[in-house]
Design a protein around this ligand. Structure first.
Ligand code: MG
Length: 377
C-alpha cells in the first residue's frame, strides 16, 4: 500500500487525483492540504478517511476544526506542512497547488526520498536554475503530471540518452489560435478551452500560449535538456501529447484522449500501469491529426520563454511573477487580453538578470516582477 499526500486537493488536479485513487487498490490517501475551499476539503477528508488535513492559511484553522466531524490531525500553514514532507509513512506527494509556493514541498520531499508527482510548472520554471543543479543529487523521484511531460517521460523511460535527437511538445493552440483580432477577448471566452478542462490560471496561460512557453522550461528541468533539444508544434486535436525524435530519424509518440486523469494515474503507478475505467481513445473516431508550426510573431511569449531558458538566472522567475499578476488582473476584467502578453514582455525587458541566483534571489526576482507588472498596468 502506498500512502499519498495531496497538496491542493480542492483544485482541478487535486480533485482528479482523488478520482484516480478511488479506482486504484494499492493507494491510500493519508493527507490532504487545501487553500480556502474548506467545505470541499472537509468533505474529501471525511470521504477518504485521511489521517492528516491541512490548510496553508492560518485564517482557516477554526473553520476547518468546526467543519470536520471526525477526529483528524490538523496541520496549519507552511511550517506545519513540513511534517508531511518529512513523514516516513508518506510515500508519494502530489503537488497540485497553483503558483510558486510548492518549492519547499518539492525539495523536502525529494530530500526525504519520496516520489514527487508535480503539476505545478510555475515552481519548476522559477527555480529552474537551482533545480537543474540539485535534482541529480536528491534521493527522491520527480515525476511529471503535465500531459506533455508525462508523454515524454513515458517514451524516454527505456531510451538511451545519447540516442535522443530532440523532444517535441504539442500545443492545442488554445481557443484563439486562428482568430485574427486578439484585442476584444473577454475572460469568459478565454476560459473556454477547446480540448482540455483545467484551472483558470492555466486556461488563460493556454490562450496566450504562455502555458506552452512555461512547458518548454519545465521540460528542460524534467529531462535536463537545452533550448535546441526542445521543439513545440501546434496539434489542435490534443491526441498526441508529446514525441521524441531519435538520432536514426524515428519519432515515437504517446497518444490518449485529453483527460488529465491518465497522466495523473501514470505518475502514481509507473512503471506499472493500471486499468483506466473511463473513456478511451478510439482511433476510428479520429479522421485526421494535424500539425503546424507555431506563429511566434503572433504569440511572442513562445520566443520569450525560449530566451528565458537560454539566459537562465532570474529571467524564468521574472516571467512567472509577471504572468501571475497579469492573468489575475485580466480575470478581474481590469486589463485586456493583449495586455497580458504586453505586460510580460515589458517586465522582462526592464529586468537585470542575475545569472547565478540562490533561492533568496529568485524569490526577490518574482516579487520584483509582480511589482513591476502592477506598476506598468
Ligand atoms: Mg500541459
Amino acid at each position: 500500500m502506498k500512502n499519498v499526500a495531496i497538496l491542493g486537493s480542492t483544485g482541478s488536479i487535486g480533485r482528479n487525483t482523488l478520482k484516480v485513487i478511488k479506482n486504484l487498490k494499492d493507494f491510500n490517501v493519508s493527507a490532504l492540504f487545501g487553500g480556502n475551499n474548506i467545505s470541499l476539503l472537509t468533505e474529501q477528508a471525511e470521504e477518504f478517511k485521511v489521517e492528516y488535513v491541512g490548510s496553508f492559511f492560518e485564517k482557516n484553522k477554526e473553520e476547518l476544526k468546526k467543519k470536520l466531524k471526525n477526529n483528524f490531525k490538523i496541520l496549519i500553514g507552511h511550517e506545519e506542512a513540513d511534517f508531511i514532507y518529512e513523514n516516513s509513512e508518506i510515500d508519494v506527494i502530489v503537488i497540485a497547488t497553483a503558483g510558486i509556493s510548492s518549492y519547499k514541498a518539492l525539495i523536502k520531499g525529494l530530500e526525504n526520498g519520496k516520489r514527487i508527482c508535480t503539476a505545478n510548472k510555475e515552481t519548476l520554471v522559477a527555480f529552474s536554475p537551482i533545480l537543474k543543479k540539485k535534482l541529480k543529487s536528491l534521493p527522491g523521484e520527480l515525476v511529471p503530471i503535465d500531459s506533455e511531460h508525462s508523454a515524454i517521460y513515458q517514451i524516454l523511460s527505456k531510451a538511451k540518452r545519447n540516442n535522443i535527437e530532440k523532444i517535441i511538445i504539442t500545443a492545442s493552440g488554445g481557443p484563439f489560435y486562428n482568430r485574427n483580432d486578439l484585442s476584444s477577448i473577454t475572460p469568459k471566452e478565454a476560459l473556454n478551452h477547446p480540448t482540455w478542462e483545467m484551472g483558470k490560471k492555466v486556461t488563460i496561460d493556454s490562450a496566450t500560449l504562455m502555458n506552452k512557453g512555461l512547458e518548454i522550461i519545465e521540460a528542460s528541468v524534467f529531462f535536463d535538456l537545452g533550448c535546441e533539444d526542445i521543439e513545440v508544434i501546434i496539434h489542435p486535436e490534443s491526441i498526441i501529447h508529446g514525441m521524441v525524435e531519435f538520432k536514426d530519424g524515428s519519432i515515437i509518440s504517446q497518444m490518449s484522449i485529453p483527460d488529465m486523469k491518465i497522466p495523473i494515474q501514470f505518475a502514481l503507478t509507473n512503471p506499472d500501469r493500471e486499468n483506466f475505467p473511463a473513456k478511451r481513445l478510439n482511433l476510428k473516431d479520429i479522421s485526421s491529426l494535424n500539425f503546424k508550426e507555431i506563429d511566434q510573431k503572433r504569440f511572442p511569449l513562445i520566443p520569450l520563454c525560449y530566451k528565458a531558458l537560454r539566459e537562465g538566472g532570474t529571467l524564468p522567475a521574472v516571467l512567472v511573477g509577471a504572468d501571475e499578476v497579469a492573468v489575475d488582473r485580466f480575470l478581474k476584467g481590469e486589463i485586456s487580453f493583449k495586455n497580458i502578453t504586453d505586460t510580460i514582455v515589458k517586465v522582462t525587458k526592464s529586468h537585470k538578470i542575475n545569472k547565478n541566483p540562490g533561492e533568496k534571489e529568485i524569490m526577490e526576482a518574482i516579487n520584483w516582477a509582480r511589482e513591476e507588472a502592477r506598476r506598468l498596468m
